[in-house]
Design a protein around this ligand. Structure first.
Ligand SMILES: NC(=O)N[C@@H](CC(=O)O)C(=O)O
Ligand SMILES: [Zn+2]
Ligand SMILES: [Zn+2]
Length: 449
């Protein structure tokens, strides 16, 4: 099989138009009028070429909830969304709190080959919040874990959080905190405010998020370690992180595409597809999150792709599970919420959705973006189309998307991961073909540690 691909006339994030020759797994040449003899030609006209997207927050559900998602199905959803790397959250069953489990997840990702799968390790044993997990063993394992999180649960014990922050310094790791004060959110169903009052649903106050962030940035400062805040959702959280950064504290923060686009008014439908943790907030919060992302207070976008089976979502609001799928729609929702609104340009998107999350996760190979001599790892995106988003656009095992029947802009046309294509002409390549290409690729080793 000839592995040379020529992309004709794509626009790099910085606005320059160029052909891209992919050969031997590398971006072999950039320039105009490159010869396409013997190569597979991709028409790049009107397409934006972005470095491969990196998700710092993905739930792949394997092991333990394979009816919702597997490493393979989630990897396919990621590839069609333009991702080339994902960080798989630890709230699986068994929990990813040992070297054995993280190595298993990493191997499954490697075998699937669609994206680089980097396991996240749990902070505490069984996500129970009472004893530290074997963080050092996970870091030293073949999976070389650098991100640790009890996501889904908050590490609420201040002493354990302090110890975890101290521990990960030894190998330049980071604790990713799901900031949710548990006592303030017992039984909470949606954002606390006027709408929760009207609907009679138990409220989830903004302060439950903000208080934990304030505590943890101070702890990170005290021990001189890095802390990352998962899915920021309130204007007050943006203010706390902004203040922490002005003090020089090593904090990074993420926002999800859904918190950049959707607000709590949707909960009036009682449609559980809008039920998510943290909850959809007020329109003012959405605005503050967009501004926080634009001014650099928020470092990255992360999907928090959270697949759930129909029985967990097609039920009354209070019984439904928290979470929405997001990999396949992410770039479109980001375009709608922050690009088309003028908050961010494509160079910013390349930073917040590729280089910065890779840096936080200590994933190498994403520092430079699309340059000659680098591993070919990019996505071609058409921002000019509009489509009614539907289940035919979902490629994971679950369909709990809040965007079904919503018109969204943009579409991923091609994804090249680690030197070989995973998506061409807007279509996922066959699993066997991708697995073979992944085995033949030499680049993946360089992506770790
Ligand atoms: N985001 C969610 O609503 N749910 C996540 C857990 C989490 O990210 O907190 C899940 O695992 O389902
Ligand atoms: Zn979470
Ligand atoms: Zn999550």
């Amino acid at each position: 099989m000839n592995d040379t691909i020529i992309v004709k006339g794509a626009r790099l994030a910085d606005g320059t138009t160029t052909d891209i020759r992919v050969s031997g797994g590398l971006v072999a040449e950039l320039g105009s009028g490159l010869s396409s003899a013997g190569a597979r030609v991709v028409d790049g006209d009107g397409l934006v070429a972005l470095p491969g997207l990196v998700d710092l927050h993905t739930h792949l559900r394997e092991p333990g909830a394979e009816q919702s998602e597997t490493v393979l199905s989630g990897s396919r959803a990621a590839a069609i969304g333009g991702f080339t790397a994902v960080h798989a959250m630890a709230n699986t069953s068994p929990v990813a709190d040992t070297a054995g489990v993280v190595e298993q997840v990493e191997s499954l990702g490697r075998a699937a080959g669609y994206v680089t799968v980097r396991p996240v390790g749990a902070v505490t044993v069984g996500l129970e919040g009472s004893a530290l997990a074997e963080i050092g063993a996970m870091a030293g394992s073949r999976a070389a874990v650098r991100v640790f999180s009890d996501d889904g649960r908050c590490v609420s014990d201040a002493l354990l959080m302090r110890r975890a922050l101290e521990y990960v310094k030894a190998f330049d790791g980071v604790i990713a905190q799901h900031a949710q004060e548990p006592r303030l959110t017992e039984g909470a169903q949606m954002n606390e405010g006027v709408v929760s009052g009207e609907l009679g649903l138990a409220g989830w106050p903004a302060v439950a998020e903000e208080a934990i962030i304030a505590r943890d940035v101070l702890l990170a400062e005290h021990v001189g370690s890095r802390v990352h805040i998962c899915h920021l959702s309130t204007a007050g959280s943006v203010d706390v992180v902004r203040w922490a950064k002005s003090r020089g504290i090593a904090v990074t923060a993420e926002v999800t595409p859904h918190h950049l686009l959707l607000d709590e008014e949707l909960v009036r439908s009682y449609d559980a597809r809008y039920k998510v943790n943290p909850p959809l907030r007020r329109a003012e919060d959405v605005q503050a999150l967009r501004e926080g992302l634009a001014d650099g207070t928020i470092d990255i976008i992360a999907t928090d792709h959270a697949p759930h089976p129909p029985e967990a979502k097609e039920c009354e609001w209070s019984a439904a599970a928290f979470g929405m799928v997001g990999l396949e729609s992410a770039l479109s929702v980001v375009q709608a919420s922050v690009v088309d609104t003028g908050h961010l340009g494509w160079t910013d998107i390349a930073r917040v959705f590729s280089a910065a999350p890779a840096r936080i996760g200590r994933l190498s190979g994403y520092e430079q973006g699309i340059v000659e001599g680098a591993r070919a790892d990019f996505t071609l995106y058409d921002p000019s189309v509009r489509r009614s988003f539907g289940t035919e656009h979902l490629h994971g095992r679950s369909t709990n998307s809040p965007y079904l029947a919503v018109e969204l802009p943009g579409r991923v046309i091609a994804t090249v991961h680690d030197g070989y294509p995973t998506v061409l002409d807007g279509v996922l390549l066959d699993a066997t073909q991708v697995a073979v290409a992944a085995r033949a690729s030499t680049g993946s080793e360089a992506r770790h540690g």
